[in-house]
Write a protein that binds this ligand. Structure first.
Ligand SMILES: [Zn+2]
Length: 103
């Protein structure tokens, strides 16, 4: 997976195009990510109990991974991710500045 939880990404498509935010969740099987505070939509919640009020909550909706691009923490640009194996461990690196992306 080229994008992981905690990565900062830029949204390339959709209504929040051009905005950046951290990844909250990665859904590997659906190839989707949830970016904190972005791609939100309003959900109307009906009252479940008597006396409770219905309310509108904003929920971050998953985005296809193809619609986001990683922002490299070193060079601060949207970059492609490369992989290399070092000491038997697969590492991600930034294709622009060649820095290893693991913290
Ligand atoms: Zn970089």
């Amino acid at each position: 997976m080229r994008i992981r939880k905690g990565d900062t990404v830029k949204i390339m498509k959709g209504k929040d195009r051009g905005k950046t935010g951290p990844i909250l969740r990665v859904d590997v099987s659906a190839m989707k990510v949830v970016v904190e505070g972005l791609n939100r939509f309003k959900k109307h919640v009906r009252p479940r109990k008597q006396g409770e009020k219905g309310q509108i909550v904003e929920i971050a909706r998953p985005l296809p991974i193809a619609n986001v691009q990683l922002v490299c923490p070193s060079c601060n640009k949207t970059v492609r991710v490369g992989f290399e194996v070092k000491d038997g461990v697969k590492k991600r690196y930034c294709k622009k500045c060649k820095n290893i992306l693991e913290k």
